[in-house]
Design a protein around this ligand. Structure first.
Ligand SMILES: Nc1nc2c(c(=O)[nH]1)N[C@H]1C(S)=C(S)[C@@H](COP(=O)(O)O)O[C@H]1N2
Ligand SMILES: [Mo]
Length: 200
């Protein structure tokens, strides 16, 4: 006979409420990278915002780290079905980075060192939904997890959270990024289980 204590059942259902459909909980932090880990020295690092023809904003590591930062606690959901709850990060909000960028663009393509790209609507980067994160659990972000800095956009599947982020291009027309052009969903909402292109 299986004996399940009330406490265990209770904890499970509390976590289950935070688990999108088809996901399981993990407490470790898997590394998923499509290629080798690029090593970017802080004196070469830069983050830019461009409009497709011109760079409209540029930060080096020093000016980036002078921006106000936020402490972030968020759940992560990978399309390979692991989820990790309550992760702690420090980063700069995209609201801060985009504050005085005037644009009527509706989409962005996010670029990484090492050539990874991912696309999303500009609105999904705004209103406290996205950060350029450079610390994880009170440590500098490890290279394999995207250090020096990665995009963190936790309301979408984790492939949208580009590691080794280098900049964003503002676009008037949407353009698929790396995984999006290989059959993954264009938007990737874990709560709607938008894993592959063709998923509603
Ligand atoms: N530059 C870059 N960013 C990336 C990836 C990648 O291969 N290259 N993989 C994505 C995928 S598929 C996932 S699930 C997460 C994994 O982040 P982690 O390795 O820190 O767990 O990073 C995303 N960001
Ligand atoms: Mo992933």
């Amino acid at each position: 006979m299986a004996i399940i204590s009330r406490g265990f059942a209770g904890r499970r259902s509390a976590a289950d409420a935070k688990l999108p459909p088809g996901q399981y909980l993990t407490t470790d932090f898997p590394v998923l990278s499509a290629g080798p880990t690029p090593r970017i020295s802080l004196d070469k690092w830069e983050f830019t915002i461009d409009d497709g023809s011109n760079v409209v904003k540029r930060w080096n590591w020093k000016s980036f780290r002078e921006l106000p930062t936020e402490n972030i606690t968020v759940d992560l959901h990978c399309v390979t079905r692991w989820s990790k709850l309550g992760t702690h990060w420090e980063g700069v909000s995209l609201d801060t980075l985009l504050a005085d960028v005037k644009t009527d663009a509706e989409y962005v393509l996010v670029h990484s060192y090492g050539d990874y790209t991912t696309n999303l609507p500009l609105d999904d980067l705004l209103d406290g939904q996205a950060w350029i994160a450079f610390r994880f659990d009170d440590d500098d972000l490890a290279p394999e997890h995207g250090g020096p800095a990665r995009l963190l956009v936790p309301h979408l599947y984790l492939w949208k959270s580009a590691k080794w982020v280098r900049g964003i291009t503002l676009m008037h027309e949407d353009k698929p990024g790396f995984w999006e052009s290989l059959g993954y969903h264009n938007y990737g909402d874990p709560w709607r289980e938008q894993r592959y292109s063709g998923d509603e």
